[in-house]
Design a protein. Structure first.
Length: 419
C-alpha cells in the first residue's frame, strides 16, 4: 500500500477537521428536530417510534449494499462525496413534502424519506471510514480524531440553537423548510471540503484495477468478526439508553425542555474539553486501558441517572457522562480503523456497520419492551447490564490481541490480521 508524504498527511488532518465542522453544521440543523418536524406534519406516536427504528434498519440494508457497491471503487474520496451529496438531496425532498402532498399523506412521506436517506448515508459512512484509514496513518489517527471531535462538538452548539430558534420563530412549515434548505447548503460545502482530501496513489494501478484489492474474496479474519460482535453487543445497551433517559427525565423527574437542553449542553461542553485527554491516554498508556475506562463509565451512566432524585444531581452526573461518552466515541472509531484488515478493508468496514446498525435497531425496541413489561427502573438496570457485558467483551478481546505472540511489538492491525 503506497504511503503519503508528511505534507499530505498534515493536509489531510486539516481537511478532515474542516469536514467534521461542516458535517456537524449540516446535520445539527435538522437531525435534532426530525421528531418536531414529523409532529408538525401530523405524525402519530407509532410513526414517531418508527422515526427512530426505521433509519437504523434501512442503514443496515444500505451497509450491505455499500459492501458490494464499494468493493471495486477506485476512489473512496469520490464515493464518499457522491453518496453524501445524494443523501443530502433528500433534505430538499423533505422540504417539499408540505407543498406537494395532502395533509393525510405528509407524515408517512416524511417517515419514508428519512428512512430512505439512510441508504446513501450508510454507503457514505463506509466510504469515509475507508478513506480515513488510507489518508491518515495509524500513529497520527487518535490525535487527528480528537481534534476533529472537538470541532464537531463545538460547532454542534450553533446549529442546534439556530435551528430551534428558527422553528419556533417562523410559522410552520416556513421555518421547517428554511432549516432544511440551509442544511443542504451546508452539506454542499461539506462535500466540497471532503473532495480536497488526498488519497495515496496506487503505484502502477491501471483503470481496470480497483484500489486496495477490494475485488478479492479473502475471508475476514475471525478476530475482526469477534470485534464486530463485541461492539454490537455494547451498542445494544448504548443506543437503548437515549430514549430511556428522556423517558426518565419527563415521567420521573418531570422536567421540561430547558432542563433536557441543559443536560445536553453540559455533556457537550465536557466532551469538547476532554477529547485531547483521551487521545493522550491512548497514546501513552495504550487504547486498551482507555477503552476499558470509557466503556465501563458508559455502563455506570444508567445507574447514575436512575438513582438521581432531582435534575440538579443529573446535571452533576452529566459531567462524568460527557467524559465517558467522549472516550467511547473516540476510541471505538480509532479501534475500528486500527483493527480493520487492509485486504478487503471496505468490505470489512461494511460488516462492522451492519453489526452496529442492527444493534441500533434492536436497542430501542429492547428498552421499550422492558419498560412496558417491568418499568423504567428495570429498563435502566437492563441497559447498564448490557453496556457492562459489552464493555467487558470489548476490553477482554482488546487485551487478547494487544499481547503479541512473540516478545516484539506489532501494530494492532497486523496482529488482528494474523489471528
Amino acid at each position: 500500500m503506497p504511503t503519503l508524504k508528511e505534507a499530505d498527511v498534515r493536509h489531510n488532518v486539516a481537511v478532515n477537521t474542516a469536514h467534521g465542522g461542516w458535517q456537524s453544521l449540516a446535520t445539527g440543523l435538522y437531525n435534532p428536530f426530525l421528531g418536531v418536524m414529523a409532529l408538525g406534519l401530523g405524525a402519530s406516536t407509532l410513526q414517531l417510534a418508527l422515526l427512530s427504528a426505521l433509519p437504523a434498519a434501512v442503514a443496515l440494508v444500505g451497509s450491505v449494499v455499500g459492501a458490494a457497491a464499494l468493493r471495486g471503487v477506485y476512489s473512496n474520496k469520490r464515493a464518499a462525496s457522491v453518496t453524501t451529496l445524494v443523501a443530502r438531496l433528500f433534505l430538499l425532498a423533505l422540504a417539499a413534502v408540505p407543498a406537494l402532498l395532502s395533509p393525510g399523506e405528509q407524515a408517512s412521506a416524511f417517515l419514508l424519506l428519512v428512512a430512505l436517506m439512510n441508504v446513501p448515508g450508510a454507503i457514505s459512512a463506509i466510504a469515509w471510514q475507508s478513506l480515513l484509514a488510507d489518508a491518515i496513518p495509524e500513529e497520527r489517527r487518535a490525535d487527528a480524531l480528537a481534534v476533529r471531535s472537538r470541532v464537531v462538538t463545538a460547532v454542534a452548539f450553533l446549529p442546534t440553537l439556530l435551528g430551534g430558534y428558527v422553528l419556533d420563530a417562523l410559522e410552520f412549515p416556513i421555518g421547517y423548510q428554511l432549516v432544511l434548505g440551509v442544511a443542504f447548503a451546508s452539506s454542499v460545502a461539506e462535500v466540497r471540503v471532503l473532495m480536497k482530501m488526498r488519497e495515496p496513489a496506487a503505484a502502477g494501478q491501471s483503470p481496470s484495477r480497483p484500489m486496495q484489492g477490494e475485488t478479492s474474496r479473502a475471508r475476514l479474519p475471525r478476530s475482526f468478526m469477534v470485534f464486530c460482535l463485541c461492539t454490537a453487543l455494547f451498542y445494544v445497551g448504548w443506543i437503548m439508553g437515549a430514549p430511556l433517559f428522556t423517558l426518565y427525565y419527563v415521567t420521573v423527574l418531570e422536567v421540561g425542555n430547558l432542563w433536557v437542553g441543559a443536560f445536553n449542553v453540559i455533556s457537550m461542553v465536557v466532551q469538547y474539553l476532554v477529547f485531547p485527554w483521551w487521545s493522550r491516554l491512548a497514546r501513552s498508556r495504550g487504547s486498551v486501558l482507555g477503552l476499558g475506562l470509557a466503556t465501563a463509565g458508559m455502563a455506570l451512566t444508567p445507574v447514575m441517572i436512575a438513582v438521581s432524585p432531582s435534575p440538579w444531581l443529573v446535571a452533576v452526573f452529566c459531567v462524568s457522562m460527557g467524559v465517558f461518552t467522549s472516550g467511547t466515541t473516540l476510541l471505538l472509531l480509532d479501534s475500528l480503523l486500527d483493527s480493520v484488515p487492509e485486504e478487503g478493508r471496505t468490505s470489512a468496514i461494511a460488516v462492522y456497520n451492519v453489526c452496529v446498525n442492527l444493534a441500533s435497531f434492536v436497542g430501542p425496541l429492547v428498552g421499550n419492551a422492558v419498560v412496558d413489561g417491568a418499568g423504567i427502573y428495570w429498563a435502566m438496570a437492563a441497559c447498564a447490564l448490557l453496556r457492562g457485558i459489552g464493555a467487558a467483551s470489548i476490553v477482554g478481546f482488546a487485551r487478547s490481541v494487544a499481547q503479541p505472540a512473540s516478545g516484539c511489538a506489532q501494530p494492532r492491525s497486523a496482529r488482528m490480521a494474523s489471528l
